[in-house]
Design a protein around this ligand. Sequence first.
Ligand code: SF4
Length: 213
Amino acid sequence: MTPSQYFDAVIPTVDMTIRSELYHTNEFNFAVAVILSAQATDKKVNEVTPALFRVAPTSQKMLDLGIDGLKEHIKVISFFNNKAKNIIALAEKLKSENMTDTFPEKYHSRDALMKLPGIGQKTANVVCNVLWGAPNIGVDTHVFRNAHRYGWVDYSDNTPEKVEAKLLKKIPQKYHSIVNHVMVLHGRYVCKALRPNCENCAAAKICKFRNKI
Ligand code: SF4
């Protein structure tokens, strides 16, 4: 199954009107939600963010809430101590540049975002891709697993960075901005880690792994 065959089959089955299932109300708190989602499910993050963003939707309000208040909101999320430190550092940096709820244009690239506290490559990719349609491929657990499953990358591609580099070469450019969205939703609900739902998969006719996992 080539990447083009896969995307042409699966795209029509994915809701392209939402670009992320992470709850957010502005650019700043989308970045916060992505930081919280590292090694945590979107579902878990969405359990805490509506209440958090009601009291702290912007960088200034996040600073007003403070690190202890933030920890109280996110204490059910893995690595919450570290994530709280990163989020407060990010809020401080952005507040110092008079940014409250949107990123100035100078940050609208992966490399620029990665200079901000708490934002690594995966977070930067997802933020750029979802907020500004940039052709970055955020490699989360679903993208990583299924890129290997479909044979688009090999065993030596053992980090998200290597998988992203390989996918950028293998997948035609016209799909780059939607790779993460399509592979995450298809991987989360259909081509799951255990017992993929091959009977209801749009790619079943072209997938050699159908009913073999
Ligand atoms: S047919 Fe099954 S293994 Fe192949 S992509 Fe679909 S869900 Fe995944």
